[in-house]
Design a binder for this molecule. Sequence first.
Ligand code: HSE
Length: 397
Amino acid sequence: MKVAVMGYGTIGSGVVEVLRINKEKIARRAGQEVDVKYILDLRDFPGDPMEDAIIHDYKTIVEDPEIGIVVETMGGVEPAYTFVKAMLEAGKSVATSNKNLVAAKGAELIAVAREHGVNFQFEASVGGGIPIIRPLNKCLTADEIEEITGILNGTTNYMLTKMADEGADFDEVLKDAQDKGYAEKDPTADIEGHDPCRKIAILTSLVCGKQVDFEDIHCEGITKITAADFLYAKKMDRSIKLLASSRQEGDSYSCMVAPFMLPTTHPLCNVNDVFNGIFVHGNVLGDAMFYGSGAGKLPTASAVVADIVDMVKHINTNIFIDWSSEKMELLDYKASQNAFFVRTTSSKAEVEAVFGNVSYVEAVVEGEMGFTTEKMTEADFEERSAKIAVVNRIRLA
Ligand code: HSE
């Protein structure tokens, strides 16, 4: 099998490396050798062992009948979408790690692949090296999946873990994450939660079989989390994690991305550093947890190459993926119920006049106090909290 790799960045070069490191094992499992014939990139790579495979025009791949499988590791929606669609229409299967592409165009590309008797697979787009897409498509098909809650972003999990362990503040840990290459120069997609938002949209689409638009999901990042919040969390025997969640309610789903305070006994509380953890609850399965390397060159490439192997084994067969372009109307997050931890400079009398009986948390910052509320709707909380002076508020899991 001759494959082409589009995008020779971190993940694309990882795919080439994995195909080299585990060449024989992969050939045995796929039933034939898998060789990289082309690497599409804007740049040249003088001195690179794959230098001769570098090309600059995607049509070279489209027009080469020897290429059966194409890997897309370019990132972004365009031109990845145009290139991937052209590959599928030319009868080539595609494996991608690109969550932006899958979240925006997944349903359409799955349909194009089906029409042309090929496959479009995207295991690496959520959870890096952790198997979660294939388990949802193939292993948990007996279930009604009622909940998925995950730590789906390695960069912010690294930052929050460091804040918890070292008492460091946000700016300090962001700089450290950038120095270590975890966070990008423009870290917006990670720290504002856009990355896990796309990932939970993809998982929810797979669970319900319809198009879940990430734009419809309420999304808060971690930029407002401070060292003081972690001091309060410690007093409460909790930590703070960025959770992406999706809950079935009747015929629809309630989805959200936001920081939550988790009790230390919560299974996701011990998912630390750049690791990801995904909790799944099915109506007949009960609970399952998926844990592992959620980002990074080789873990993500491992998932892409596993897609290649699967597609080699199904070269003339479309593997059905239940994800149509019919839109799933999500429930308004304002109707969802949450309990909150609140930091305020208002008095106890003012707090109790608005929230009734609350549980106070020992203050760690002079001139303010902390308290936790009962569960209430997001709309109710918003209305009540506007009546007191709020320093910060974090939902409780
Ligand atoms: N920036 C992402 C993360 C990469 O930190 O999880 C993997 O999607």
